[in-house]
Design a protein around this ligand. Structure first.
Ligand SMILES: [Mg+2]
Length: 265
């Protein structure tokens, strides 16, 4: 690995970051996906999932006795396609749905699906430019503009206007994406749900994430006396504590944990 913080070959920015300790057996680990476990791609359906990551996630989940969950803005159905054949405990659509234990049926947390009128308004934004990708979910929607960066402000303005007639929703601005989601649910409420599950309770909650929506998860774990581990720009923004510079470093960390000989640890 040439990008590990500890090799001394990383950028000066990365060198300022403190390397997180390897997970402990009493941790409950919450992992964002895009920009944290996976490198961000041109479009959400073009991300690459290294085969090694699947093995390492499965081993890590076993070593933590089931206290590992993926926490994403993506729907769980999409998470399952990405990580096939793994079906880990997961929260999808920013806390609007969850799967409390691996392999269980996905349950809705949000009471009502997103109104059809909002999906229609968002679909029209796809006509502004071929680089705009509109992602329809049951309890949320996302408009990605990584390949149409000049349209970011216009998309945000139009979505805000479309939301005006609806209560209980929130507009989020992430990395080259605008999202509408249930205002009552977040990655933080997702952490709260998991921490009441037998596999997770009484453990040290640790959240690894790279974007603004992950800050809800950070606040939740810090409120429980746990640890927030930011990745990339979010790490520089927080400017304190352990952090990762890149998703590759997160994957290496998980791999090191999976490979660690527990008898010698
Ligand atoms: Mg992310």
């Amino acid at each position: 690995m040439t990008d590990s913080i500890s090799t001394g070959q990383a950028s000066s920015e990365a060198n300022a970051l403190q390397t997180p300790p390897l997970p402990q057996s009493n941790w409950a680990l919450f992992l964002d996906i895009d920009g944290t476990l996976l490198d961000i791609a041109d479009a959400p359906d073009r991300v690459q999932v290294p085969a090694r990551l699947l093995d390492d996630l499965q081993t890590a989940e076993k070593k933590l006795s089931g206290a590992l969950a993926l926490v994403s803005g993506r729907p769980i159905s999409e998470i399952d396609k990405l990580f096939d054949p793994l079906k880990l405990a997961a929260s999808g659509q920013h806390g609007s749905e969850w799967r409390p234990v691996p392999g269980a049926v996905t349950q809705a947390v949000s009471e009502a699906p997103l109104p059809a009128g909002l999906h229609e308004a968002a679909a029209k934004l796809g006509n502004l430019h071929p680089g705009i990708v509109v992602e329809r979910k049951s309890h949320a929607l996302a408009v990605h503009y990584r390949n149409a960066p000049d349209f970011g402000a216009e998309i945000g303005g139009r979505l805000a206007a479309a939301m005006a007639g609806y209560d209980g929703l929130m507009l989020l601005h992430g990395k080259a994406v605008w999202e509408i989601k249930d205002a009552q649910q977040s990655k933080g409420t997702a952490v709260g749900l998991f921490m009441r599950q037998p596999a997770f309770s009484d453990r040290v909650a640790v959240f690894v994430g790279d974007d603004r929506t992950d800050e809800d998860g950070f606040h939740a774990v810090e409120g429980l006396g746990g640890l927030a581990i930011p990745v990339g720009q979010l790490a520089l923004k927080r400017g304190r504590g352990p952090a990762f510079a890149t998703p590759a470093q997160v994957r290496k960390w998980l791999s090191d944990f999976a490979m660690r000989d527990e008898a010698a640890a």
